[in-house]
Design a protein around this ligand. Structure first.
Ligand code: NDP
Ligand code: 8X3
Length: 249
């Protein structure tokens, strides 16, 4: 029987690649994001029987609830929730950071993610479904300017592990996927649209691609029901941890 996935943040980067990959693998997908034209283009390409566009700002709980209530019957029974929508804003040290940007990251990466998960949990339990949360290595390894972004992703990882514990015995699988540096629109968003900064970061680094993460998520989604990947950390070979720093007077 055809299974249905809901993929948030499907207008770009990981989410777009995950949605495309799942449809290729025979799934139906509900694709979410604010940029409605991109979602519609994707529906046109993948087919309206395979993809359904749900355009809403994930920080708006009412809009989220309306979008869930408006799902057509063929897309209403979600077997897999991919909580991918998220962003980093700013690279300044904490003492120079913009509080509104911090709040936007928390509202998107944390509050919206738990709100959607809470809404879908009863159905996921009923269907013995799965949740894949897109966290980040920034939740495990601090770096300069990562402050609140890293904090939100540490939350996502720990929330995933906590969900696993609470869902014990329900058959619902939960995975935290923790990618390192990947070339998507992530740095464009983080820098307020600075294409040169984005190009500079990725040039020569052979970063992760969106398709690499789609491959990882598809592998997790297709594992037999008795297996749960709790967390998986994926970096480009060119990236590794850089250790601690010491300030001397
Ligand atoms: P992109 O910027 O390419 O994609 C981000 C997606 O999130 C877009 O589809 C965007 O949709 C959606 N989104 C952001 N804010 C909102 C909002 N308020 N409401 C609805 N959707 C929203 O970045 P990535 O693909 O790289 O990022 C995907 C996830 O992966 C994020 O959670 C990110 O933190 C994480 N990640 C990224 C890494 C990287 O190096 N790229 C590494 C590790 C993790 P729209 O703008 O249309 O609303
Ligand atoms: C994105 C990865 O290391 O750029 O989550 O913060 S990193």
């Amino acid at each position: 029987m055809t299974k249905t996935a809901m993929v948030t943040g499907a207008t770009s980067g990981f989410g777009a690649a995950i949605a495309e990959r799942l449809v290729k693998d025979g799934w139906r997908v509900v694709i979410c994001g604010r940029r409605e034209e991109r979602l519609q283009t994707m529906v046109d390409r993948l087919g309206a029987d395979k993809a359904h566009a749900a355009a809403f700002d994930i920080r708006d709980a009412e809009a989220m609830s309306e979008a869930l209530d408006a799902l057509p019957a063929a897309f209403a029974d979600i077997d897999l929730l991919v909580n991918n929508a998220g962003l980093a804003l700013g690279t300044e040290p904490a003492q120079f950071a913009d509080l509104d940007e911090w709040r936007q990251m928390i509202d998107t990466n944390v509050t919206a993610l738990v709100t959607l998960t809470h809404a879908l949990l009863p159905a996921l339990i009923e269907r013995r479904g799965a949740i894949v949360n897109i966290s980040s290595i920034s939740g495990s390894y601090p770096y300069k300017g990562g402050n609140v972004y890293g904090g939100t992703k540490a939350f996502v990882t720990q929330f995933s592990l906590g969900l696993r514990t609470d869902l014990h015995g329900t058959g619902v699988r939960v995975t935290s996927v923790e990618p390192g540096m990947a070339e998507t629109e992530f740095t464009l968003v983080r820098t307020g649209g600075d294409q040169a900064a984005s190009d500079k970061l990725y040039t020569g680094a052979h970063p992760i691609t969106a398709e690499d993460i789609a491959e990882t998520v598809a592998w997790i989604a297709h594992l037999p029901p008795h297996l749960n990947v709790n967390r998986i950390e994926v970096m480009p070979t060119s990236q590794s941890a850089a250790g601690l720093q010491v300030h001397r007077d």
